[in-house]
Write a protein that binds this ligand. Sequence first.
Ligand SMILES: [Zn+2]
Length: 91
Amino acid sequence: MNGARKTPQRTCVGCRCLKDKKDLIRIVRDEDKHISIDLTGKKNGRGAYLCPDTACLDRAVKSRALEKSFKTALPPTLVEQLRREIEQIDE
Ligand SMILES: [Zn+2]
């Protein structure tokens, strides 16, 4: 590891792979414990990252990785929203 890396990297909460931040979907929990998808990457709050892959989403849901990361329940509507978002990116 050196300081020369240009692209920030983050770990996907589904597969635990380290990937370029720009290739991951950011999910953010704000101070009101509201969880949303952050497509701009600029929202304030605690972030978690997910590959644009439904397999990673399924793994993250199954392992409760997002809930653990955010320390709050994951709304089912958000999971559906993420799935739609990923399906759009996949096309
Ligand atoms: Zn992944």
